[in-house]
Design a protein around this ligand. Structure first.
Ligand SMILES: C[S@@+](CC[C@H](N)C(=O)[O-])C[C@H]1O[C@@H](n2cnc3c(N)ncnc32)[C@H](O)[C@@H]1O
Ligand code: SF4
Length: 385
């Protein structure tokens, strides 16, 4: 019998929580530390791979993703040790996608060859902007020229290279974004992640906004126009949006992220990493301690870094499946949702959203239309509550 997770595949996420500086917009689990005991971290990450693999024996790993924080600050030997442990304790698919997030500074570009030799075959680079003033406002440690140079090094070593840009920034207008995105598309290899700036609670930007000191953020209408322009220019250049913020040449989608959006299983290794694992007792949510030293000590002293483990009910799985899969252009499978939930989504709710032009409905699949995409949260509320 096929289990639900098999429709999404199996991936391993590895979190490296350190950065050279904290960017003012970022609420990821990232920390600045003067010193990192690399040997201890290597040992702890490898031991967590062995622990989680022992619970999911016989699995084939389709994708590995080193995210952060700044994993391009990892010693390549640590990356190699983690990949090797994954291959030892599980089976690593021969064509596995192994991605690593990199910041575009020259220091990190110097390590790219080491990452490739360790087994990484895809780089995802946080360029954020191609404009020096914007990079400064975003608190980045690199210039646009340095980013282009690091990108060229990556492109010379890896067949698959993606990069991230942030739009709807302070002082940005539509023409500026058009020009910047045009340049980005001329550099692109096979994949682009284009995020709208969000002001997250707990960040320095949030604090400044509360005090009225974060000036020049675009009004919602302008931000919506930037999003629409992004879809138009990327599609025209052969990089259609396959997810709300992600664009790829057909076939070059991030397979690891597709595992989340298609609601497969994933192991979360490292501090603050989340997992969804189908175990003998059913689908299980896992989380690890977020604070790096607390996580490291827990792995060393109690043999695991886990802070949460709980069953995910069928109804919750159905909801999670919808929340994730409706982000994708390919949409969601209503029969998969119904098999997980005790009851399906009432036909009338779907029909109303189709009539409003926000959803399409073909056979057992539904998905958002271009008009519906920016309204995904409201659509999900209508469908699921
Ligand atoms: C986990 S971050 C790590 C990437 C890497 N450390 C870097 O900064 O280049 C992944 C991506 O999320 C995006 N991101 C982070 N915070 C964001 C925010 N508040 N709004 C929009 N995008 C954000 C950035 O584009 C970033 O490259
Ligand atoms: S955006 Fe990247 S470099 Fe900046 S704090 Fe977040 S994870 Fe670190």
């Amino acid at each position: 019998m096929t289990m639900d997770w098999q429709q999404g595949g199996f991936g391993v996420y590895v979190h490296w929580p350190f950065c050279l500086a904290k960017c003012p917009y970022c609420d990821f689990n990232s920390h600045v530390r003067a010193e990192v005991d690399h040997e201890a971290w290597r040992g702890a990450l490898v031991s967590e791979v062995a622990r989680v693999a022992a619970e999911t024996p016989g699995r084939r790993v389709d994708t590995v993703f080193f995210g952060g924080g700044t994993p391009s600050l990892m010693p390549p030997e640590t990356v190699a040790a983690v990949i090797s442990a994954i291959g030892t304790h599980w089976t690593l698919a021969p064509d596995a996608e192994i991605s690593l997030e990199a910041n575009p500074t020259s220091v990190e570009a110097g390590r790219f060859r080491g990452f490739r030799d360790a087994g990484v075959n895809r780089i995802s680079m946080g360029i954020q902007s191609l404009d020096d003033r914007a990079l400064k406002a975003l608190g980045r440690m690199h210039s646009a020229a340095e980013a282009r140079a690091a990108f060229d090094v990556a492109r010379g070593l890896f067949e698959r290279v993606s990069f991230d840009l942030i739009h709807a920034r302070q002082g940005q207008d539509l023409d500026g974004w058009r020009a910047e995105l045009g340049e980005a598309l001329s550099m692109a290899v096979d994949h682009l992640s284009l995020y709208q700036l969000t002001i997250e609670p707990g960040t320095r930007f949030h604090d400044l906004l509360e005090r009225g000191r974060l000036k020049g953020l675009p009004e919602p209408d302008l931000a919506a126009d930037m999003y629409a322009l992004t879809q138009e220019l990327c599609s025209a250049a052969g990089y259609p949006g396959y997810e709300i913020s992600n664009h790829a040449r057909p076939g070059a989608e991030s397979r690891h992220n597709l595992t989340y959006w298609r609601y497969g299983d994933y192991a979360g290794i490292g501090p603050g990493a989340h997992g969804r694992l189908t175990l003998a007792e059913g689908r299980t949510a896992t989380e690890t301690l977020r604070e790096p030293t607390a996580w490291l000590n827990a792995v060393r002293e109690q043999g695991h870094g886990e802070s949460l483990r709980e069953p995910v009910s069928g109804a919750d799985q159905a909801t999670e499946y919808m929340l994730m899969s409706l982000r994708l252009a390919e949409g969601s499978d209503l029969s998969r949702h119904a098999a997980l939930a005790a009851e399906g989504i009432p036909e009338r709710r779907i029909a109303d959203l189709v009539e409003a032009g926000l959803l399409w409905h073909k056979g057992s699949r539904i998905g958002t239309t271009p008009q519906g995409r920016p309204l995904l949260n409201a659509i999900l509320r209508d469908l699921l509550t």
